[in-house]
Design a protein around this ligand. Structure first.
Ligand code: NAD
Length: 458
């Protein structure tokens, strides 16, 4: 691709031509995106297998399916979202009318992470297109097969004068960040989020930061049958999405001491059923993305007191970058496994005297992106909602909030800010322009000088 400056100039020209603003262009691009994923499912499966060892079923559920769902939902609603929204005028301004008119921001940059390398790039793109923007996409260099697949197919399917893709590593990101954008949408770590925000500050560019953190799961006492469902959902939310390499994956579980042995037993059964028994025979589990992250996770297990807390798993296959689903019971709270986002298949179970202590536990740590709680206790639910802060709260399940287009998806505090999905994606990439239209009739004279006491009374 030509230099970034030239690319941006071309995108600005396209945007200024007005081409991306019309509903016809927006719908054509969304339909083209749907064709891109539908006609290339096998290639996507292959790329995800190469980059992460992702099983096609998981790949369909978390990547292809997510993109198809978002694009279809957007196509169904786009005209409604684009329509100006009328507002009620105060009588003082009679006769006049007020409208909120969504307009595209301009040329936007989308930077994605590697763990869902297709959906985390294309889902925000759906929002950017639906709002009528020109776009530069930067996939993660840590998922090279997906990056190269996207770089070769996007120009074939989408309007290449309005939507461009830039491959590369940190150098490419740094160069992109030197340019002036109308919006930067970033998915990645809190550390890099800070870099993005300072680069954006130079041009006063608005940012949406979809970051990470530790997502706690509270498990209250439940009937045996409810507990079995809960544990299955916890296991699915820990090891199910990309072997725990997921921003909204379960990071750790908080449970009362008396329930911990049952929880551990049920979790073990789930692991055996979902993924198999020994490291050599593990199936349906993604591999760790690269040696750096494999070593990072291996080192978490080596910290003093941590290895002694392993109650299941803990085996590592360095050659194939596989880590066995691992359960740890009460690892030291000051160990990195409990202070940093795990982003891998290690699950600490932390025991408490009473489940209410979970509120204080969560509040003494950075605000999470997602909080999960399995409980039927109304008072506990209310306490969680009113006394903790997190990007989202899901009761009695994990992960499913991600595919719910009526809910905004995003963090709070260090887990990020801004939101997307469904109409929220459209809003994220739009400016809501305030439009007031006034009639020439009915001049309200007291608004003009000369001032006098009578006008004060008025
Ligand atoms: P990362 O922050 O290392 O990288 C993300 C992107 O930033 C990549 O495109 C990369 O090229 C770029 N980048 C990396 N270093 C940079 C630098 N110094 N300057 C400029 N750009 C740079 O994150 P990651 O390893 O890809 O993803 C893991 C993190 O992302 C976890 O914290 C996870 O929780 C978070 N995440 C959040 C979401 C969400 O939706 N909130 C989704 C997935 C992952």
């Amino acid at each position: 691709m030509a230099g970034f400056g030239t690319t941006l100039t071309e995108l600005r020209q396209t945007f200024r031509s007005g081409r991306t603003r019309g509903v016809v262009w927006r719908k054509a691009q969304l339909n083209a995106l749907l064709r891109l994923v539908s006609e290339n499912e096998e290639r996507i499966f292959e790329a995800l297998q190469q980059d992460l060892g992702k099983h096609p079923v998981e790949a369909y559920r978390d990547e292809i399916g997510v993109v198809k769902k978002s694009a279809s939902h957007t196509l169904d609603n786009i005209e409604k979202w684009m329509a100006p929204k009328k507002g009620q005028m105060p009588w003082l301004l009679f006769p006049s009318k007020a409208e909120v008119l969504p307009e595209p921001l301009g040329v936007v940059l989308i930077l994605a992470s590697w763990n869902f390398p297709i959906s985390l790039l294309l889902d925000p793109l759906i929002g950017a297109i639906s709002a009528g923007n020109a776009v530069v996409l930067k996939p993660s260099e840590l998922a090279p097969a997906c990056s190269s697949f996207l770089a070769s197919t996007i120009p074939q399917y989408l309007d290449s004068e309005a939507i461009k893709i830039v491959e590369g590593g940190i150098d490419a990101s740094e160069q992109l960040l030197q340019q002036k954008w109308d919006k930067i949408f970033f998915t990645g770590s809190t550390r890099v989020g800070q870099i993005i925000m300072s680069a954006a500050a130079k041009h006063l560019t608005p940012v949406t930061l979809e970051l990470g953190g530790k997502c706690p799961t509270i498990l209250d006492s439940l009937s045996h049958s409810d507990l079995q469902v809960a544990v299955k959902r916890i296991a699915g939310g820990k090891w199910g999405p990309c072997s725990g390499q997921a921003c909204i994956g379960v990071d750790y579980v908080l449970v009362e001491q008396k329930l911990a042995p049952v929880l551990v037993e049920l979790l073990k059964n789930c692991i055996k059923k979902f993924y198999g028994e020994s490291l050599q025979n593990l199936k349906n589990l993604c591999r760790i993305v690269n040696k750096h992250h494999f070593d990072r996770l291996a080192n978490l297990l080596k910290e003093p007191g941590v290895s002694a807390s392993i109650v299941y798993g803990g085996s590592l296959d360095e050659e194939n970058l596989i880590i066995e689903p691992t359960i740890l019971l009460d690892p030291p709270l000051d160990a990195e496994i409990m202070t940093d986002e795990i982003f891998g298949p290690l699950l600490p179970v932390i025991t408490l005297n009473t489940i209410e202590e979970s509120i204080e536990f969560i509040n003494s740590r950075p605000k999470p992106l997602a909080l999960y709680a399995f409980t039927k206790n109304k008072t506990l639910k209310e306490k969680i909602l009113s006394e903790t802060s997190s990007g989202s709260v899901t009761f009695n399940d994990t992960m499913i909030q991600f595919i719910c287009d009526v809910l905004p998806f995003g963090g709070v505090g260090p887990s990020g800010f801004g939101r997307y999905h469904g109409k929220f994606s459209f809003d994220t990439f739009s400016h809501e322009k305030a439009v007031l239209q006034r009639s020439f009739y009915f001049e309200l004279e007291p608004r003009y000088p000369p001032w006098n006491d009578f006008k004060l009374e008025f």
